[in-house]
Design a protein around this ligand. Structure first.
Ligand code: 13P
Length: 288
């Protein structure tokens, strides 16, 4: 069933585990993530960036596909369909399209403007029964053309955004989208600790989940992170498995070029990555 992310994240924060947000790009991605969530009885969040929404021909297509697939597969675990790093206009498009959750990324605005726009969107989202994520302090790296320098968020600014009634808060703590460089300084747990002390029960969101070492993930969860976003790692798993299939010449054997066969190893590889992350985040068996 498609639901808002609020209840699953409040439970995760109270239960000291995290729910994974896995970004989707197409039908295979969506199917792989939903099947693993059901198999492991884990709540899950399907993330859709503005670029991925455009690629799939629009948020309306995405919402219709996800809703229908959830029903056709008989998925029983809670699934939230969430806009990732939404613009102000993108948030309204997803509200209209039937998403169950949005992220408004106003981190590049001056804090007063981020507060004003977030405040308005909180009211609209909640009136529609949707959950909303806000961001303070930009996440480093590049995702779909959105580039951030990876600064650490100001805990007081986090409090002012959390006080607006958002359901989850993404705060920059040195995390980066995409692969981490060899000289990466690691997550700033001092910043995370200070943010959690000021924001209390608020589920915190860790973006850039790809490549963060296991011990850092566990420590982040112990300091209040209840949602972890993973995108690049599924893309790398998919590409690697597809490359191996083609390099082994399997597309040239019999009907190996059939897209259902050609894309199967990649889809299985996404499933393996999602399974590994759900086990690490501790969300397995937490669907009820
Ligand atoms: P990665 O691509 O680094 O896993 O980050 C995903 C993310 O944070 C989506 O918002």
């Amino acid at each position: 069933m498609l639901v808002s992310a609020k209840e699953m994240l409040d439970k995760a924060k109270a239960g000291h585990y995290a729910v994974g947000q896995f970004n989707i790009n197409n039908l295979e991605w969506t199917k792989s993530v939903l099947l693993v969530a059901e198999e492991l009885k884990s709540p899950v969040i399907l993330g859709v960036s503005e670029g991925a929404g455009k690629y799939m021909t629009g948020f309306g297509t995405v919402a219709a596909m996800v809703r229908a697939m959830d029903a056709e597969l008989g998925i029983t675990v809670p699934v939230a369909l969430h806009l990732d790093h939404g613009t102000y206009e993108g948030c309204y498009k997803c509200i209209k399209a039937g998403f169950t959750s949005i992220m408004f990324d106003g981190s590049h605005y001056p804090i007063e403007e981020n507060v004003a726009k977030t405040k308005e969107l909180v009211q609209v989202a909640h009136a529609m029964g949707m959950s909303i994520e806000a961001e303070v302090g930009s996440i480093g790296g590049e995702e779909d053309g959105v580039v951030g320098m990876g600064e650490c968020a100001d805990p007081q600014e986090c409090k002012s955004i959390a006080d607006l009634g958002v359901d989850m808060l993404a705060a920059g703590i040195g995390n980066i989208h995409g692969k981490y460089p060899a000289n990466w300084a690691g997550l700033s747990f001092e910043t995370l600790d200070a943010i959690q002390k000021l924001t209390g029960e608020m589920p915190l969101v860790l973006h850039g989940g790809t490549g963060i070492p296991e011990d850092m993930i566990k420590k982040a969860i112990s300091l209040g992170v209840a949602k972890i976003n993973v995108n690049t790692e599924c893309q790398l798993s998919f590409a690697d498995a597809t490359r191996k299939y083609i390099e082994a010449g399997k597309d040239l054997e019999g009907k190996g070029f059939d897209p259902r066969k050609l894309l199967a190893p990649g889809a299985e590889a996404i499933k393996a990555t999602v399974k590994e992350k759900m086990e690490l985040f501790g969300s397995v068996g937490k669907a009820n």
